[in-house]
Every structure is written in C-alpha cells, then in structure tokens.
Design a protein around this ligand. Sequence first.
Ligand code: TMP
Length: 237
Amino acid sequence: MTVKKEQIYEGKAKKVYATDDPYLYIVSYKDDATAFNGEKKGQIAGKGVINNTMTNIIFALLEKDGVPTHFVEQLDERDTVVKAVTILPLEVIIRNVAAGSFSKRYGVEEGTALLRPTLEFSYKNDALGDPLINDDHALALGLITEEQLADVKKYTHKVNEFLKAFFLEKGLKLVDFKIEFGVDNKTGKVILADEISPDTCRLWDVETNEKMDKDRFRRDLGNVEETYQEVFARIKQ
Ligand code: TMP
C-alpha cells in the first residue's frame, strides 16, 4: 500500500505528498476555496471529497478514451495516488460558450455560443496574476517544447469532446474548463494532471441555465455546497 511521506507542495486546493516510490505522489484534496488569485478565501464543506472522487471517475474514463492521465488509485475520500509529474506552467482552457474573463475581455455577453471550441493558455504565475499567453510566448520562454505543445492541444480537444458529451448526459452544459498537464517523471511523456471538477469547469444546467460550479462561490450566488453535492450526485449515476 502506498503511504504518505513528507509534504512536498501545498496549493490552494490540494496538498501533494511524496511516497516510498519516487515516481508516485499522493494528492490530498482540501475544502479550501479561493478566487481572484487568492484574494477571496473561503471553504466549501465537502468539496475535497467531491473533487477527488469526481476527478478520478473522469480521469479513468479519459484513460479509456486515449488521454493519458496521472491517475493511479484512490486511497480514500480525499487522497489519491498519482504518477509523479513536473507540472507544465500553463493553464489550458477551452471555451465552448463565452463566459468569465473571455466575456469581459472581448465584450461578449455570457452565454453566447462560440463558433468553435476555443483554446487558450494562461501562464501559471501567481505573482503576475496568471496572464494570458500565446504559443509563441510559451515556446520563446521555454515553458514548453513544440512536441509537448502539440500533445497538449491534441489531448485538450479530446478532453473537451469527451467532457461535453459526459456532462450533457448529466443535464449539464460544459461552458468552459481549465486543465493542467505534467511531464511524467518516469517516462518524460506529457500526461493530464491536476483535477477536473466544479472548481475547474463552468457547468450550466441545460434546462435552467443555472450555474452549477465554482462561480457560485466566486460571485456569491449562494447554495455553494448544495450545488457541488448536486453535481456529484449526477456524476455518480
Ligand atoms: P475565466 O473565464 O475566469 O478565465 O475561467 C475560465 C475557466 O477556467 C473556468 O472554467 C474557470 C477555470 N479557472 C480555473 O480553474 N482556475 C483559475 O484560476 C481560473 C481563473 C479559472
């Protein structure tokens, strides 16, 4: 059995621990929630349990669909064994419908359907506020190689196609999402890491358009815990 050794990293929503195996980590999901680069802080009771389990369900399905992920084995409600990776410092976002920073930046009403799935990158850098970055910038700064970039784009579009259908079956519209990739410390290959959860996706109820994700926390819309529970209940079906 894989057991936790020393903590090697603490992020806003998860802690990462070393294990006996240098090629395996344990991630531990917290209930902590932040928004606006950590300016807004809070807790969403039960979020860690939901995001851990939901991510693992989705990652297992993505593996079958041909997207390699860091998922190895869920240990308990909050803890999961994952492959040790070095995270690429790019947040990869796909938008199917205009919302959030896209709507603000380009003056497009939230809810406007986009003519094609739109991929964008943010440079993972808290000090800079995770700025938008393009392919050339990322390559010029040595944040990613051309080969890794090609893999990241190919996998991300695949994840989008999978998730759109997956969530639609649960009565949820996938507006947009953010994922992160890492380089597997053992194989050197790019694999999907981090999480896929209501923290990292915008999900709107297909019937009512009600927001069913972390925007309830970001925008003080209320019923935050209840909404996470509702999404989880639909995913487990
Ligand atoms: P945005 O519209 O604020 O740029 O967000 C796009 C998507 O990325 C949305 O699904 C929320 C998600 N997201 C994160 O997962 N982490 C973040 O730090 C931010 C800003 C957005």
